[in-house]
Design a protein around this ligand. Structure first.
Ligand SMILES: *[C@@H]1O[C@H](CO)[C@@H](O)[C@H](O)[C@H]1NC(C)=O
Ligand SMILES: *[C@@H]1O[C@H](CO)[C@@H](O)[C@H](O)[C@H]1NC(C)=O
Ligand SMILES: *[C@@H]1O[C@H](CO)[C@@H](O)[C@H](O)[C@H]1NC(C)=O
Ligand SMILES: *[C@@H]1O[C@H](CO)[C@@H](O)[C@H](O)[C@H]1NC(C)=O
Length: 500
């Protein structure tokens, strides 16, 4: 046969590898940097299960999140859109925030539901709670939820136990707000949360969701945004004290153990060959926590900055039989996960301006990325300043640079908050293939070829910004202490009485 229609080939492809639409497990680490995993070079991290995913799957070297802080990064992950469009900026949401991820945004869960998927979220939500739980996962396409709806340091933690038998959490966390709640769907089931039991509860919830879906032969989407390895680190008895790396290593090991439990469950239920697991992290390491703050490896600075350390992340895609083991240098982003899952599930894309592209080809045959550029917005994007940086191919141009509180304490003077906003005209240009650490800005003088690159980048910037309509800022709507989740709503004096 010398002519096979393309559609026929793709039907064959699906019939060969998946009788039914694939299951998706999306693992999202918190404040975990490019250099934090064993399979990304950390000498004392203990991540046997992530290393197994990396060895048998595809490991990315050039994978980006969209914001150097939690909330906006999560908004982009779930919607495939830059956070500026959805209005999930500046900074992050708080327990009493009035806003959240707008309900008219379409999440991955909402994309997959019409295809018959069961959907569950477990762990750190951080896309809003709001009045009467307006913005909780159950209102954004997830059938079930178990977790803390924001960062686990967003409540007083001085008297809480983070490691067994009774090692108190390191630091004070946020005082003056309610203690951190654990929620099942829309209800608070524990306040404050018990950190020593938490990972086991998450693992049990996730494995039971997989078993139930497998038994019903229903395809599923499990979203597990972990609290690990965000400050203050914690771990239960199975992980505490088990690594050479200390509290950070133990908390990472605890997350890795859960990944091991998920793998075992997929094997037992015999659906592992029809399940795509994708792992990445929300933003770079919080260097201000020093040895408890994660590591950006050879990348510059960390959380809060638009240098590589703030937004380039480890990423692994695992799907036995479909994804061949390897390493890819193709550029990809959390933005691309929604279009990719939609394409693999045969689901319709939302009819909105998407910033993500389908990366199925990178996954299945290690082809070229459709992504030509990556945009870097600061923690507080504005129309006045626009993009802080833009990567096109191997070149990254910085239009503005700035340090951040979260990136304090390293010897690099460009990282801490004292490195104030600096405009660059012409932009600071780096070749990220030759110089991933952004150490050596390229000189344009006498290099017409590089001047041409800069001109092209400026054109891309202009084109992109012309299409960017900033959504109304959700985070600027402010906070109302009455909205802080309280298990005993009528009690007083708040916030201290919110304990059950
Ligand atoms: C959601 O609603 C807001 C307010 O009406 C609107 O400005 C925005 O464009 C809508 N977003 C989408 C994705 O439809
Ligand atoms: C929340 O629910 C309560 C009780 O159902 C209702 O009285 C109140 O108006 C609701 N608040 C909002 C903002 O919807
Ligand atoms: C911690 O416990 C001590 C002693 O029980 C108490 O005095 C203090 O108010 C508690 N602090 C917080 C932040 O809960
Ligand atoms: C998954 O596929 C591999 C070969 O790629 C095979 O050895 C294994 O038995 C399959 N597992 C299941 C549960 O079908």
């Amino acid at each position: 046969m010398d002519y096979i229609p393309l559609s026929f080939v793709s039907i064959l492809f699906f019939c060969a590898c998946s009788a039914s639409p694939p299951n998706f497990i999306l693992l999202f680490a918190d404040d975990l940097g490019f250099g934090d995993l064993g399979c990304y070079g950390h000498p004392t991290s203990l991540t046997p299960n992530l290393d197994r995913l990396a060895a048998a799957g595809l490991r990315f070297t050039d994978f980006y999140c969209t914001s150097p802080v939690c909330t906006p990064s999560r908004a982009s992950l779930l919607t495939g859109r830059y956070q500026t469009r959805s209005g999930v900026y500046p900074g992050v949401l708080y327990p009493g925030s009035i806003g959240g991820l707008p309900l008219n945004e379409t999440t991955i869960a909402e994309v997959l539901k019409p295809q018959g998927y069961a959907t569950a979220a477990v762990g750190k939500w951080h896309l809003g709670v709001g009045a009467n739980g307006t913005y909780l996962p159950t209102r954004q396409g997830f059938d079930e939820y178990l977790g803390i709806p924001y960062s686990h340091d967003m409540g007083p933690c001085r008297n809480l136990t983070c490691f067994p038998p009774d090692v108190k959490c390191f630091g004070l966390c946020d005082v003056g707000t309610v203690t951190v709640p654990l929620m099942k769907n829309d209800a608070i089931i524990q306040q404050p949360v018990n950190f020593l039991d938490l990972e086991k509860a998450y693992s049990d919830f996730a494995t039971s969701f997989i078993i139930t879906s497998a038994t019903k032969k229903q395809p599923f989407f499990l979203y597990y945004p972990s609290h690990h390895t965000h400050y203050p680190q914690y771990a239960g008895p199975e992980a505490a004290g088990r690594t050479l790396r200390g509290p950070f290593g133990d908390s990472l090991f605890e997350f890795d153990n859960t990944i091991g439990n998920l793998l075992e469950t997929l094997e037992k239920t015999q659906i592992i060959n029809n399940t795509l697991i994708f792992f990445t992290s929300d933003n770079g390491p919080e260097l201000m926590r020093m040895s408890r703050g994660g590591n950006a490896g050879l990348l510059k600075c960390g959380k809060g900055t638009t240098y590589e350390g703030g937004m380039r992340e480890p990423a692994i895609a695992f799907w036995p039989g479909t994804i061949q083991p390897g390493v890819t240098h193709e550029m990809a982003s959390t933005l691309d996960i929604l279009p990719t899952f939609a394409s693999l599930a045969g689901a319709k894309l939302p009819t909105v301006m998407l910033d993500g592209v389908d990366m199925t080809e990178i996954l299945t045959n290690q082809g070229k990325s459709k992504r030509e550029t990556m945009m870097f917005y600061p923690t507080d994007p504005s129309e006045m300043y626009g993009l802080f940086a833009l990567r096109m191919g191997k070149y990254k141009a910085h239009f503005y640079t700035r340090g951040a509180t979260h990136s304090g304490t390293t010897p690099d003077q460009d990282c801490p908050v004292f490195a104030v906003l600096k405009a660059h005209d012409p932009p600071l240009l780096f070749d990220l293939e030759a110089d991933p650490s952004e150490h050596y800005p390229l000189t344009l003088f006498g290099r017409p070829d590089l001047q041409e690159v800069v001109d092209k980048i400026m054109k891309e910037k202009e084109k992109f910004e012309a299409t960017m309509v900033f959504g109304r800022s959700e985070i600027s709507k402010g906070t109302d202490p009455n909205l802080e989740p309280c298990c005993n709503p009528q009690c007083s004096p708040k916030p201290r009485c919110c304990q059950c």
